[in-house]
Design a protein around this ligand. Structure first.
Ligand code: ADP
Length: 299
């Protein structure tokens, strides 16, 4: 029996349908995608909670019902009656997907306002999972509060699992993003970066450079995802390369990294060795990118 708490923002997704001008409403968001897959992979003896803040409106209630129906623990979710949830619209322009976001005032931005709430959420957790997007949407003092709560969890033996998920558009400037990401990696036990983004914003020459940067900052375990190319892992001084799963035709890469993280983490929670966990992550991601959408049902 373990308890994992995934922390972040779930948004309403409006995705185009075959009928021009008609959209399908759904729910998605990087940490929620990972929580959703994790719930599907782990047995009922393992608890997976989602922690965020929602509004008091109908859209928020629908999101809460969706999370609950997915089997996620929602008991700690905070309700802010003066806010609502964030939303994004996917537009198709000549087959290319583009995204527009309305999330500046979302309730999720307030998720780390209260130290007592954070302590209650993380009490007795075995794993806390969050991302650079979780950090980016918080005011600076709330980021520090969340980090403090995670440091306390680590001191009690909890695993702090962090995907840097670099999104410069959500930060006030790229240097703030780099500083906050590195400070957070330093308090994490498992860091799950994607090399392509890291190369762009940290100028890493290869996945090994990405892994060593986070390891040097203090993370004992770093798994560097790398699209269709070989991944690199650092684990308490042990280094290795790993091939991704073979994919015949890529349909939609949405949630490749999020699903990889879930497959990896489910294996780690199940007590499997690191190389097995990487291959479980790669297997799940390869299935997800061969279907449309962020949340792909696995039979
Ligand atoms: P992100 O979605 O965060 O940008 P990546 O593109 O690095 O992350 O993909 C995450 C993981 O998904 C990869 O490490 C790999 O295991 C799998 N993956 C992504 N694209 C492919 C691909 N074209 N072929 C096989 N595996 C892939």
């Amino acid at each position: 029996m373990t308890r994992t708490v995934c922390i972040g923002e779930c948004m309403i997704e409006m995705a185009p349908t075959d009928i021009t001008g008609q959209f399908q409403m759904g729910f998605a968001g990087d940490t929620m995608n990972t929580a959703w897959y994790l719930r599907g992979l782990l047995g009922a003896e393992h608890q997976v909670d989602y922690f965020t803040a929602l509004g008091g409106d109908s859209a928020s209630r629908q999101m809460l019902a969706f999370l609950r129906a997915a089997g996620l623990g929602v008991d700690h979710i905070v309700q802010r009656d003066d806010r609502s949830v964030g939303l994004y619209v996917i537009q198709l322009d000549n087959g290319e997907r583009s995204f527009s976001y309305w999330r500046g005032q979302s309730a999720a931005r307030t998720l780390a306002q209260d130290k007592t709430v954070l302590e209650a959420v993380l009490k007795d957790a075995d794993y806390a999972y969050f991302s650079g997007i979780t950090l980016a949407i918080l005011p600076p003092e709330d980021r520090a509060r969340l980090r403090d709560a995670l440091v306390a969890l680590r001191a009690q033996g909890g695993q702090i699992v962090f995907d840097p998920n670099l999104r410069p558009a959500l930060w006030s400037d790229p240097q703030e993003m780099r500083d906050e990401i590195m400070a957070t990696a330093a308090i994490s036990t498992i860091v799950l970066p994607s090399h392509e983004d890291e190369a762009t914003w940290f100028e890493d020459g290869d996945p090994e450079a990405t892994a060593m940067r986070y390891a040097t900052a203090g993370a004992p375990t770093v798994i560097v995802k790398n699209g269709a190319d070989a991944m690199f892992t650092y684990d308490c001084g042990q280094m290795a390369w790993h091939d991704p799963a073979t994919v015949k035709s890529v349909v939609d890469t949405t949630a490749a990294g999020d699903s990889f993280n879930a497959g990896f983490l489910a294996s780690v929670i199940g007590g499997e060795p690191l190389s097995e966990a990487v291959s479980s992550g790669a297997q799940l991601a390869s299935k997800v990118i061969q279907s449309r959408g962020a949340l792909v049902e696995m039979s």
